[in-house]
Design a protein around this ligand. Structure first.
Ligand code: DOR
Ligand code: ZN
Length: 350
């Protein structure tokens, strides 16, 4: 019988609506990996020290541009790291000047380099009001940090205890729940008719908590929010492949050197920039929804961010299994590339 699956698809060039590029030698090594396939990316500001002001974002954007290959069309879209001291006028000015696309909210202590984040959410109300006023999106790391709350429940509790009150008080604020990992978050986004969207990572579409913990601990599958049980992964896949414009790709590709991950207290973060498009094509094909890959990776993000879709396209071709290097070398040490645990048959045509 003839195999009716398509073996080529052409889609608008995708964007990555949540990306960690780091700085210095690591930036120089990882930026080309994202620039190869993606047109734009929302750049996370959790450097040390964090990217708090418009001036810092502008300087960081220059360092990113300098790290891109000659002739690259990749556009970094900058974010400001929200602190309790952030000045609403600085945020307004950064947005007006085209320096900052969004603001990132980290609850203090939630994840890597989040110590300068927010403890008292009422203290940032003036900034959130200003953002609602100008339509500037807030990217939210949605986990509570209370040590009494089980780490697998922190996203669901955040929705009830933090996000709902913020959105009730500032309903015009446009919010992106970053890297959602639970059916609870998917339901919350689906039930919100406006001003709310969510990014979903490549790895959360593929791994559940067994991948991290069963049969030996796998530090390269550890990230935050941590992957949950299988029913949550299935809910994420359903949301991603549905074509619903409120769900789009944010890889959260977060490189750490192997020595930083492989130690008694290893860093959170999974490096998916090199093979994300191959992984996604596999996931969408398995779900019988390759026709919605473009919506998820290339159309829904710009729509929420009120930006044009990319003019050019990429073509994915299905064939013999493609392999990616297990790790890339950086001036800060080797960084392991995400292993989806299955063969990848889709490659992006040069
Ligand atoms: O796994 C993660 N790594 N989650 C985050 O929220 C931060 C990121 C990082 O910067 O390493
Ligand atoms: Zn992140």
């Amino acid at each position: 019988m003839k195999d009716l699956r398509p073996d080529r698809i052409t889609i608008r060039r995708p964007d990555d609506w949540h990306l960690h590029l780091r700085d210095g030698a690591m930036l120089r090594a990882v930026a080309p990996e994202s620039a190869r396939h993606f047109g734009r990316a929302i750049i996370m500001p959790n450097l040390v020290p964090p990217v708090v002001t418009a001036a810092q974002a502008e300087a960081y954007r220059e360092r990113i541009r300098a790290a891109l290959p000659e002739g690259s069309g990749f556009t970094p879209l900058m974010t400001l790291y929200l602190t309790e001291d952030t000045d609403p006028e600085d945020v307004r000015a950064a947005h007006r000047a085209g320096i900052a696309t969004a603001v990132k909210l980290y609850p203090a202590g939630a994840t890597t380099n989040s110590a300068s984040g927010v403890r008292d959410f009422d203290k940032v109300r003036p900034v959130l009001e200003a953002m609602a006023d100008i339509g500037m999106p807030l990217c939210v790391h949605g986990e509570v940090t209370d040590s009494a709350i089980d780490i697998f429940d922190r996203e669901a509790v955040f929705i009830d205890k933090v996000l709902k009150p913020i959105r009730r008080k500032t309903p015009e604020l446009r919010v992106v729940m970053e890297h959602v990992t639970t059916a609870d978050a998917v339901d919350y986004v689906r039930d919100s008719p406006r001003n709310l969207a969510a990014t979903i990572t490549t790895h959360h579409l593929i791994i559940n908590r067994n991948h991290i913990l069963a049969g030996g601990i796998k530090p390269h599958y550890y990230c935050l929010p941590v992957a949950k049980r299988e029913r949550h992964r299935v809910a994420l896949v359903q949301a991603a492949v549905s074509g619903d414009p409120r769900f789009f790709l944010g890889t959260d590709s977060a490189p750490h050197s192997d020595p930083a991950k492989l130690q008694p207290c290893g860093c959170a973060g999974i490096f998916t920039a090199p093979n994300t498009m191959s992984c996604l094509a596999e996931v969408f094909e398995a779900a019988g929804r390759l026709n919605h890959l473009e919506a998820f990776a290339s159309l829904n993000g710009p729509r929420f961010y009120r930006l044009p879709v990319n003019e050019d396209t990429i073509t994915l071709v299905r064939g013999e299994p493609v392999t990616y290097p297990a790790r890339i070398e950086t001036g800060d040490g080797p960084v392991t590339v995400f292993d989806p645990g299955f063969a990848l048959h889709w490659r992006v045509e040069d």
